[in-house]
Structures are given as structure tokens and as C-alpha cells.
Design a protein. Structure first.
Lengths: 268, 322, 91
């Protein structure tokens, strides 16, 4: 197709602008605090990894990082397992109230988490899930189950229904067909769904902070409470920021072609 | 007149083929498609049951509780008074809530006005072939995968006049007096620029996916006609982007309408109330002051607004092109 | 166990009413399946869609009313009911 002659240049300029704030934070994370608060330097004069060392030796920091990883993983798996049969049903059958149900799921994905804060706080205390990993994982299913259903349904609808019928003629029962034939066919969809559940749970702060205090405190909450008497520890904060980007940055290469699909709930 | 006629019929034919391709494209909205192949089977409810149960626990019971809060003045579970619709009246007339509502709407409008054109522009110049294509995808997608509070941290650092590259540049190179912790206007601009930085990539990726689905012959035809780059964009690319742009606009509206984490980290809603959006105000009333009644009424009004927009979203998404 | 839900009579009645409405719609759909059509809303709706749109619009009427006037909420309720009916019949 026709390309504008300067398209490439414009794009890479945009790319550099996009990366600047990120690189700046990385720069902050590898210099000592005196240098950060001292005179303004474009390039770090003294490079140190003390901030990272502090992160991995201070139990408040690394344990909240682990907390986040534990509950996001639990949440991703639970959401996926629950969503798989439902997405199959939505993509293959018509049943009473199907589209209303499908819409109702969407409203949960779109609802502001702030609305659910107080009842969540009460519920999780009443049922003994307050400040547990399972509690946060269940709470995040509020938006991740709908997300998973919508994404999976988007993928499954792209698979022709004739395959189901052929399998039925060959004598496969529905559960056996689903596990033996269908699941392998939608491998990439499962990966993408897991990734998006993981990510949306990983980035969420408001609910996770409200229903935890110590044992399951997420990294995001630790990061927003770094102001001490001595002021903000910018270097450590930046190091924590860099480390929380790492999981996403590792997986991004594998899901690069599906990011638009995932964010648009499987509609693109 | 006679010269215009064939082009118009041509256009109509193009529209017709476009509609036909959209119907057969596997990217079309699907769940409620009345596709002939879908079997009617109410037993499918069994497959949906786990989802219904889980969402009932995480959404329905909490919402019922919010409704109960909103009509009472609660001191403790056993010491509470039924007050009817009083909280709704006071919340709906609270100048602070109204200001936050207007502020949030204004923010969403600005976000859409900036991010949609910018995102489409980025998508148009994004490399589509060669090694540059996957690299560009990863580069553009990266901001989307950063935890929201870290996006806040990044900009909190980047925009500081003393230690941040952005804030320092504006003050010392452009010579403007800029400090987002003191000046309301600066704080607003910081939050807006942050959102544009964070979410324009989403619009770009969606538009890019849309552009890639345009069949090559369209461009070859334009090339033979000697169409300019702008004409190609205006008459071939833009019309084909309608579907993805609808999704982009509605997603961006919903998410900016409930924005919380990023401005909370950067400005905490301040200075004053300059950036206290609906979610920030609501969580202040709910968690900060633990005012169950007003928070409940506020939540329900907020939820109602979201429901309405969401229904429009759903309708547009599933019924366009029919 | 459910003390923290702080139920009151009126809210319980509202939710019971909604539950009954849902059951009634399900039974009605069994007796005579809904037929999608187009009304003044200009989109294809069946009766479930119209009920939902009607209820949401009714709630919007109530919210707008309480934000703007001091007139009795019973009037607002009547107006909301009319909206639900209008959308249900001609929507």
C-alpha cells in the first residue's frame, strides 16, 4: 500500500516520546537519593543498585510483591476455569436470557470499583476472607470473570461450529470434545485470557488496598504509602515501579498480536 | 452532474460490499448474533451457572447491600434509622458532587478529543511490514501493561519541576512557571497528559488492527486513480475504521469516567479539588469517612450513569451494521 | 451471617418485586416467546430489552427529579411509571 514518505520517522519520534517517562523512572531507580534530590542531572553520575537491594531485602517490599503475584495468579486461574464453559455456551447456544446475561457481565466490567468498596469491606470480614490472598482473588473476579467470558467468546466465535457437529457425529460427548479437541484449538485464546486477567488484577489498586491490611497487602498499596518522615524515597519508589513493570514486559512479546483483541474484550 | 453520477453509484456499491464483508467477517460482534447455526438449548444454562454464582457473590450481593445503606442512617448494624431518600437528595444536590461530576465529564470529553485523533494518526504511521512491525507493536503496547499506580508514579517523578525531566524542561527550557502540586491548572494538564500518554496506545492498537483488515485491492484501486494520501485516508481507511473506533471511543469513555488510581497517586485529587474526579470523591466518602449512607446513595447514582452509558455501548456494539 | 447487609422492609420489598418481575418475564417468555420489533427507540428490541430500558430510564427520571425539584417523590414515581409503560408499549 501507499506509505507517507516520513511515516517511519514520525512513528519512531512518537515511540521515543512514549519511552521518555519510562526511561526517566529507570534512571531514578539506579541513582542514590542524594543525587536525585541534589542538582538536576540528565544522565546519572553515580550508578548504584542499592534501591533494588533494599527492595529485595526489606520484607515489607518483597513480601507485598509476592502477595500480588500470588493473588493475581489465583485470580487468573479461577476466572479462566469459570469462564471457559460459559464462553462456550454463549458462542454456541441460544438460551433464555442469554444476551441479557451477556450484557449484565459487561456492566460488571464497566462498573467503577469505588462503588463496591464498602460492601466488599463488610463481606470479606463477615466470611473471614479479609486480608487473605483468596479474598482479593475472589474480589477481582468482579471484573475479570466478565472480561474472560467476553474475550473467550470472541475467540470461540471465530471457530466454525461444524467442528462441534463433526465431533458429535464421531461419538464425542460434550465434555470429552471440549477437553480433547476444543481446548487445544483455542490454546492461544487461553493464554491471552490468562494474561489479561493477570494484568487487570495486577494493576488494580483500590479494591485490593481496601480489603487487605498486612498479610495480603499488594505491592501497589505499599508503593502508595512510601511517604515517611524523611519525605518520599524516590529511588526506592522508582525501583519498585521498574520491578512491577517486569512481568508485563516479559510476556508482552508473546501476546503482541492479541493486545488489541484483549483490551476490546474480544471484539476486534 | 453527469460526472458525479457514476461515482455515487460506485460509492453505493462499495458500501454494499462493505456491509456484506462486515457480516461475514469473523470479527463481527457475535454473542447475540442471530446466526442460524446457533442451537437453542436451555441446558446451556448449566454451563453458565458458575459464572452466575460467582458474579452474584461479587456483584449482586454487594449492590443489594449498597441499596440498603443508601436509605438508612447507620451507626451500627443494630442501631440504624430508615431515612428514605434523604441521602439521595443531599448527594444529588451537593455542590461538591456536582462539581466532581462536571469535572469527570469534562475530563472524559478532553480525553476522547485528544486520544482518538492522535491514536488514529499513530496507527496510520505505524510500520506494517518487516522487522519494524512487531517492534512497533511492543513499543506502543508497553504503556498499557504498566500497573496504573506505577503510571502515576512515573508521572509523579517525570513532571516534578525539581527532579523530573518533563517538569524541569517546561520550567527551565520553555521558561514557564509549572508546578503540578501547587497550581490547579498545571495539575489538570498533568493528569490529562498522563492519560493521553497511557491510553493513546490503546486507540492506536485498535485502529491498527482495523487498518490491517482492509483488503489490498482497495489501495491498489486508489493508487490507479492517483488518489492523494489524504484522500486515501479520508475515503478508504477512515470509513473502514468505524467499527473499531466505536469500541475505542466507548472503552475510553468508560475507563476515563471511572478513573481513580493515576490521579490519586499523582495529585491525590488536589490541589484543592482541582482533580478530584467522581471515583476519588466517592472513595474519600466511603473509605475515608466511612459514611455508609451518603456513600451508598452516591454509588447508586454513579452506577446508574454507568449503566446508561454501558447500555448505549452494548447496543452500538451489537447492532451496528444491521 | 447476613447482619451486615442491614436489610430494611422497603428495600426488601423492592428486590422481592424485581425478583418476581424477572420470574414473571421468564414464565411469559415460556408461554409466548418474545418477538423483536422496532418502535420509537429505533432499535430492534424484544420485551425484555424494553423492560430494562424502561427501568433504567425510570431510575434516571427519579434521580433527575430528586436533584432538581422539591415536589413530592410520589409524583416522580408516577412519572417514572409512565416512562416504563410508554417504553414497554411503544418503544
Amino acid at each position: 500500500m501507499r506509505r507517507l514518505p516520513w511515516a517511519r520517522t514520525v512513528f519512531w519520534l512518537y515511540g521515543i516520546t512514549l519511552m521518555l517517562p519510562l526511561l526517566w523512572m529507570f534512571g531514578m531507580s539506579i541513582r542514590p537519593n542524594q543525587d536525585i534530590l541534589g542538582s538536576f542531572q540528565l544522565i546519572p553520575q553515580r550508578v548504584t543498585f542499592d534501591n533494588y537491594v533494599t527492595f529485595f531485602t526489606d520484607s515489607v517490599w518483597y513480601s507485598s510483591y509476592l502477595n500480588s503475584i500470588v493473588y493475581t495468579s489465583m485470580n487468573a486461574v479461577m476466572s479462566l476455569v469459570i469462564a471457559l464453559p460459559a464462553a462456550y455456551a454463549f458462542s454456541r447456544f441460544r438460551f433464555a436470557g442469554d444476551k441479557h446475561l451477556f450484557f449484565w457481565l459487561l456492566t460488571n466490567r464497566m462498573a467503577p470499583p469505588a462503588v463496591f468498596l464498602l460492601p466488599f469491606f463488610q463481606i470479606y470480614q463477615a466470611v473471614g476472607l479479609f486480608d487473605t490472598h483468596l479474598g482479593v482473588a475472589v474480589a477481582h473476579m468482579l471484573f475479570n470473570v466478565p472480561l474472560a467470558v467476553w474475550i473467550l467468546e470472541g475467540f470461540m466465535s471465530g471457530i466454525p461450529r461444524e467442528i462441534d457437529e463433526t465431533a458429535a457425529i464421531d461419538g464425542y460427548s460434550l465434555p470429552r470434545f471440549f477437553v480433547r479437541i476444543f481446548l487445544p484449538m483455542i490454546r492461544s485464546a487461553i493464554g491471552v485470557t490468562l494474561f489479561f486477567c493477570f494484568m487487570f488484577s495486577w494493576v488494580e489498586l483500590l479494591i485490593a488496598r481496601t480489603i487487605t491490611s498486612v498479610n495480603a497487602k499488594p505491592i501497589a498499596a505499599t508503593m502508595t504509602r512510601t511517604v515517611s518522615a524523611a519525605g518520599v524515597d524516590w529511588g526506592l519508589l522508582a525501583a519498585a515501579g521498574v520491578l512491577t513493570i517486569v512481568p508485563g514486559a516479559i510476556v508482552i512479546w508473546f501476546v503482541r498480536n492479541y493486545i488489541a483483541k484483549g483490551f476490546s474484550l474480544g471484539r476486534v | 452532474m453527469t460526472a458525479a453520477l457514476p461515482s455515487r453509484t460506485e460509492q453505493r456499491r462499495e458500501q454494499r460490499t462493505e456491509r456484506r464483508t462486515r457480516r461475514t467477517r469473523r470479527t463481527a460482534p457475535s454473542a447475540e448474533d442471530r446466526a442460524p447455526g446457533k442451537r437453542r438449548a436451555n441446558r446451556a444454562w448449566l454451563l453458565v451457572l458458575p459464572v452466575v454464582v460467582s458474579v452474584a457473590f461479587t456483584a449482586v450481593i454487594p449492590l443489594m447491600t449498597v441499596v440498603n445503606y443508601s436509605v438508612q442512617d447507620i451507626f451500627s448494624p443494630n442501631d440504624r434509622i430508615f431515612v428514605g431518600l434523604e441521602w439521595f437528595r443531599s448527594v444529588a444536590r451537593d455542590p461538591e458532587v456536582r462539581a466532581a461530576f462536571v469535572r469527570t465529564l469534562l475530563f472524559s470529553a478532553q480525553v476522547l478529543l485528544l486520544e482518538i485523533p492522535l491514536g488514529v494518526a499513530v496507527a496510520v504511521v505505524m510500520p506494517r511490514r518487516g522487522l519494524g512491525a512487531p517492534a512497533a507493536l511492543v513499543l506502543v503496547a508497553l504503556p498499557l501493561l504498566i500497573p496504573w499506580n506505577v503510571v502515576g508514579t512515573i508521572w509523579q517523578i517525570f513532571a516534578r519541576p525539581d527532579i523530573g525531566l518533563g517538569g524541569w524542561t517546561v520550567n527551565n527550557v520553555l521558561g514557564l512557571d509549572y508546578n503540578y502540586t501547587l497550581d490547579a491548572g498545571d495539575a489538570w494538564i498533568t493528569v490529562l497528559v498522563m492519560d493521553v500518554w497511557h491510553w493513546t496506545p490503546l486507540v492506536a492498537l485498535l485502529a491498527y488492527a482495523g487498518l490491517r483488515s482492509i483488503p489490498g485491492p482497495y489501495f491498489q484501486a486508489a493508487q490507479i486513480d492517483g488518489a492523494s494520501a489524504w484522500a486515501t485516508f479520508r475515503h478508504i481507511q477512515l470509513p473502514r475504521l468505524r467499527g473499531v473506533l466505536t469500541i475505542a471511543i466507548l472503552l475510553r469513555f468508560m475507563d476515563s469516567f471511572m478513573i481513580y488510581t493515576e490521579p490519586f497517586v499523582v495529585t491525590g485529587g488536589g490541589p484543592g479539588n482541582a482533580t478530584s474526579f467522581l471515583s476519588i470523591l466517592l472513595s474519600k466518602i466511603a473509605v475515608g469517612q466511612f459514611d455508609l449512607g451518603p456513600a451508598g446513595a452516591f454509588s447508586l447514582l454513579y452506577f446508574l450513569a454507568v449503566q446508561i452509558v454501558c447500555y448505549v455501548f452494548f447496543t452500538v456494539l451489537t447492532r451496528t451494521g444491521r | 451471617m447476613f447482619e451486615w447487609m442491614v436489610w430494611t422492609g422497603p428495600t426488601a420489598a423492592v428486590f422481592a418485586g424485581l425478583g418476581l418481575l424477572l420470574c414473571a418475564m421468564t414464565i411469559w417468555a415460556r408461554v409466548s416467546p418474545p418477538v423483536p420489533r422496532r418502535g420509537f427507540l429505533r432499535i430492534e428490541t424484544d420485551r425484555g430489552d424494553r423492560l430494562y430500558i424502561g427501568l433504567i430510564s425510570g431510575a434516571a427520571v427519579l434521580a433527575g427529579w430528586i436533584a432538581v425539584t422539591d415536589l413530592s417523590m410520589w409524583l416522580a414515581l408516577a412519572a417514572a411509571f409512565l416512562v416504563v409503560l410508554a417504553i414497554g408499549i411503544w418503544g
